[in-house]
Design a protein around this ligand. Structure first.
Ligand SMILES: NC(=O)c1ccc[n+]([C@@H]2O[C@H](COP(=O)([O-])OP(=O)(O)OC[C@H]3O[C@@H](n4cnc5c(N)ncnc54)[C@H](OP(=O)(O)O)[C@@H]3O)[C@@H](O)[C@H]2O)c1
Length: 386
């Protein structure tokens, strides 16, 4: 959303003349609240809850209310100040210091549309069309260009709110780097992440074989069973990935077929291990760095195996091709509708619009705290209620 729109959205007073100019459409005054940050640093220390009145919609605007919004690693990286793309910092909500609204992914319901809006109506669902929307807020005034419509049939709030980042990343990485055919193999670390689970399931739907690497834990057998249930061909631990003794087992599974594609969202030793499993000409695609360790690749992989290293960033693709992204979202939602695709396990955090600012901030901080812990197992999702 542009700076000017945000300015217009937040500061226009309700006047009796503007009320009258929208015919039967309602010009509403809504008590809204948002999670903002003016500085970057330790996430829980930099977030603030701001309440404000939102007046609208104007003739070309849409008033939306947020239904659900996850806390993804990239959202946390933005709070930490270690992400290359940031939402707009303005003084509209915080006159004392420019601040931005956090959150990049979420689901909105249209509350009211302006008199010139033809392609949305009250009750429709939509998601942000572009990154940096600022989804951690109860309401927003937007224009149609800010939204991608979502067909709400057969879809839950959480499913729609978490479809556009991780499932689309898996979709793109599986289709944009290597022309994988049925029976081909790919390998990935972070196998239990949102992206990893989506890649496993798309692999199953498209007839691909996958090896998913996870960190060892007390309930490892349970996790392996869960990922195999989603369609993982094999699930191994980081220790197995990096053990020379385990290599023949992988060869046996693949029956000597080269592993063509590797996904890395961890870095460090794990990335090296994934790259080592690739066959001649294999591609390693790095899309995250959860261990905060650099990717180090053995020279021999480049010289003797012609392995190549790549990066993927969904935000760049979304900005370049918002329509293509919209199609991928609809394709993934159809997989959910047909019962072929399970959404990520979530931990719901209820943000009641009726509760006090302190209570809302407390809910958010607890969710943030859970989202920053390793071995969390569940995606933290804010569920907004009236
Ligand atoms: N480039 C892009 O366009 C793009 C798009 C989407 C996501 N991403 C990135 O993809 C990654 C996964 O995102 P997500 O939303 O799918 O994640 P998620 O569902 O929140 O899961 C986090 C994953 O990271 C693992 N993890 C956490 N800390 C770790 C550590 N210190 N060492 C190794 N693994 C660790 C977790 O494993 P445990 O269960 O063992 O903790 C889990 O598999 C993130 O880095 C995110 O920024 C990138």
């Amino acid at each position: 959303m542009s700076f000017s729109l945000l300015r217009q959205s937040l500061t226009r007073p309700i006047s009796s003349s503007s009320r009258g100019s929208f015919g039967l459409l309602r010009f509403l005054s809504v008590k809204a609240s948002a999670i903002t940050f003016a500085n970057t640093g330790i996430p829980k220390d930099v977030v603030k809850l701001v309440s404000y009145e939102l007046n609208g919609p104007g003739p070309d605007e849409i008033l939306v209310k947020t239904l659900a919004s996850p806390i993804n690693p990239a959202d946390i990286n933005q709070l930490e100040g270690v992400y290359p793309s940031m939402p707009a910092f303005t003084t509209e909500l915080t006159p004392e210091q420019p601040s931005a609204i956090g959150g990049n992914e979420g689901l909105f319901e249209i509350v009211e549309v302006g008199s010139n809006i033809k392609n949305f109506k009250a009750g429709d669902w939509a998601i942000p069309r572009l990154p940096n929307f600022g989804t951690w807020r109860s309401h927003a005034l937007v224009t149609p260009g800010d939204l991608t419509p979502i067909n709400r049939d057969g879809i839950t709030h959480t499913q729609a709110a978490t479809i556009s980042v991780n499932p689309c990343t898996a979709h793109q990485m599986l289709t944009q780097f290597v022309d994988l055919k049925k029976g081909d193999w790919f390998i990935q670390n972070g196998g239990n992440s949102g992206v990893g689970r989506a890649a496993i399931q798309l692999g199953r739907i498209w007839g691909l074989n996958s090896i998913s690497v996870v960190r060892s834990r007390d309930n490892l057998d349970e996790l392996i069973a869960e990922l195999k249930d989603l369609g993982a061909t094999q699930v191994i631990t980081e220790e197995q990935l990096n053990s020379k003794a385990f290599k023949p087992t992988i060869k046996e599974w693949t029956q000597g077929k080269p592993i063509k594609l590797g996904f890395n969202c961890v870095g460090g030793k794990s990335a090296t291990g994934v790259a080592r499993q690739l066959g001649h000409g294999g591609k390693l695609v790095t899309y995250g760095g959860m261990s905060k360790q650099p990717v180090i690749l053995p020279t021999s992989l480049f010289i003797f195996k012609d392995v190549s290293a790549h990066g993927y960033w969904l935000s760049a693709w979304t900005k370049k091709d918002p329509e293509g992204k919209g199609k991928a979202v609809e394709e993934m939602l159809n997989h959910i509708r047909s019962g072929q695709f399970k959404d990520v396990p979530v931990s719901p955090n209820v943000w009641s619009n009726a509760s006090s600012d302190e209570a809302k901030l407390e809910v958010f901080k607890q969710a943030l705290d859970n989202a920053t812990k390793g071995f969390a197992g569940k995606k933290q999702v804010l569920e907004f209620t009236d």
